[in-house]
Design a protein around this ligand. Structure first.
Ligand code: ZN
Ligand code: ZN
Length: 328
């Protein structure tokens, strides 16, 4: 017998109204109301089933100002009453002229509208210099390192420090299903087995006393779904691109996966399933025994004797940060 599932694409699978979103891998569509309900329920159930947040916890959402992190802040803020936890957004002001001011202004407005707490931590405060200043030094050294590499290391470092300062017990990020499988494929191509073992919907639990565990509530949501949800829910973010962004390897992988998915709907989900199976196997092997060390300079969690942030601080000729001096 042959089922023609294509006809479900013409109207909402639940109520028959005009659809706004089509799931090509399952051949069904949803109207605005049912798509929003289905999306929110999935994120809610992800948090509950995987025990991402326990009652009484303070969760810091790392907000970059993009649709994924805004959606994460918006939904966690909404679920916080029912699941009995507290939420605060942490935005990092890297000091990128033109880009960051615009995003921060929109972010403050958004946090105000949804009644969410927002804290801003800056590179200037922690490292005594802005990313723009750092790029000048990189330029003198002929860009031996990319600004995005340094920015990423410093952002993660600052978010962990700030989350600890405010006594948050989890850091939530806006990583979606597409992000996860792109990083997985990149790790496979680079044979980064330790990274595959370490990354997941929740990471860093009991790893290091100074590391705040990370959670990813949008883990099972596709990039396109998050975009559709943010538009339909009125979550707006100005489209300004960081002036230092380099679309390199990651972008090629993203386009390749999207092309394969459009030809064979379902491969994205299969990749996620494969990732879960492989990372579980690796976690129980020698690749899962990654002992997180303590940086000999700043005392923060590190993969080696010297953490990447201290390495780059030294490379860029930046002094010990104000906050770390205060802690000493
Ligand atoms: Zn419907
Ligand atoms: Zn360090």
């Amino acid at each position: 017998m042959k089922f023609n599932l294509g006809r479900y694409a013409m109207k909402c699978f639940i109520c028959g109204k005009k659809p706004v979103y089509h799931y090509s891998d399952f051949s069904f569509s949803l109207c605005k109301r049912h798509f929003i309900e289905w999306f929110e329920k999935r994120v809610f159930e992800t948090i509950r089933r995987f025990k991402l947040i326990n009652p009484g916890e303070l969760v810091a959402v790392a907000v970059s100002g993009g649709k994924d992190s805004l959606t994460t802040l918006y939904l966690l803020n909404r679920f916080s009453k029912e699941l009995n936890f507290d939420v605060v957004g942490i935005a990092v002001d890297e000091g990128i002229k033109g880009y960051r001011e615009c995003k921060l202004e929109a972010l403050r407005k958004f946090a105000d509208e949804i009644n969410a707490n927002l804290i801003i931590a800056s590179f200037k405060e922690y490292f005594g210099a802005t990313l723009d200043d750092m790029v000048q030094v990189l330029k003198e050294k002929n860009f031996e390192y990319k600004p995005c590499t340094i920015c990423g290391v410093f952002r993660r470092y600052v978010i962990n420090l700030k989350a600890r300062e405010i006594k948050a017990s989890k850091v939530a990020t806006g990583h979606n299903l597409d992000d996860e499988i792109q990083v997985f494929v990149m790790n496979m191509l680079r044979a980064g087995l330790r990274n595959i073992a370490r990354e997941g919907i929740i990471s860093g639990l009991h790893e290091h006393p100074k590391f705040i565990p990370r959670i990813k509530p949008l883990y099972f949501c596709r990039e396109r779904e998050v975009l559709a949800y943010s538009i339909l829910s009125g979550i707006e973010t100005p489209f300004v691109e960081c002036s230092y962004v380099v679309h390199a390897f990651r972008d090629k992988i993203r386009r390749w996966i999207n092309k394969v998915e459009s030809l064979n709907p379902g491969v994205k989900l299969n990749l996620l399933v494969s990732k879960e199976l492989i990372s579980n196997l690796l976690r129980n092997s020698k690749y899962g025994e990654g002992v997180i060390k303590t940086c000999r300079v700043c005392g923060e969690p590190s993969s080696g004797d010297l953490c990447k942030a201290c390495f780059f601080k030294n490379y860029l000729g930046l002094g010990t940060s104000i906050v770390l001096r205060r802690e000493m």
